[in-house]
Design a protein around this ligand. Sequence first.
Ligand SMILES: O=C(O)CCC(=O)C(=O)O
Length: 316
Amino acid sequence: MARRERAAVERLHGVTRERFLRDIYPRRKPVVLTGLELGTCTTKWTTDYLSQAEGSKEVKIHVSAVPQMDFLSKNFVYRTLPFDVFVRRAAEVKHKEYFLTEDEKYYLRSVGEDVRKDIADIRKQFPILAEDVHIPEYFEKEQFFSSVFRISSAGLQLWTHYDVMDNFLIQVTGKKRVVLYSPRDAPYLYLSGTKSEVLDVDNPDLEKYPLFVKAKRYQCVLEAGDVLFIPALWFHNVLSEEFGVALNVFWKHLPAESYDKTDTYGNKDPMAASRAIQILDRALKTLEELPEEYRDFYARRMVLRIQEKAYRNDYG
Ligand SMILES: O=C(O)CCC(=O)C(=O)O
């Protein structure tokens, strides 16, 4: 059986913008940045403060009866709650009032006012809390895409997925384990769109997903005040070990016109990638005109050509 490779994500203390841009960013690998100046949020954001600060505005949340949320089978439901009620429920383990079960789990991923058109920006949706946060802007202002507020019950696990923008995941309170996989390991992750079908990364069903063992697992635990740099296309699976509040900031790494203008979540493939995938689908349809023997032969030649022309040669 293939060896399961593992590595810890590097932790670096007090990295300045200059050092990040010069030495770390070009490597395109995840890193945990510690000791950054994040503002008063790290001390102020208790459950009481959070629920009072933004009052009873309604938020749409994920509610799950099981700890592992699965986007593909949709084993959770969306519900709406006043923000203050939601924060209290997410912070408690057993609920007196609930939707599904007394130990259901909650997750907020903030969105823009109009989910289809507007982009999540904590300054617009949660202006009072936004004042407490100092986002480490290790990128140009024009590159900013979104700032997404994330609040999670203890024990909740978010499916493995990739985003198409660079990302600072700022863990403001609570503890969180993040497992990451390189874009290079995409062939072993059984993808369905931007998500992996392998839900349980700790005990994967290897009969169903035998290649998963080949994916190299990178892991880190984020404590309050840590910032995880997740480069675009790196897969991540997030397990909240404690009730916690995070903010993540996506920014554009490619020229602005490369991105899909209708993307409000930062997870639509760049325009050129979507076009290339459409062309590939047409090529595959064309191959169907051939009998199996020939289709197989030309498909293998096409794979070789793709490898030769488009794979990078420093990936090993
Ligand atoms: O921390 C979380 O809850 C999820 C983070 C995430 O998926 C992201 O930052 O893209």
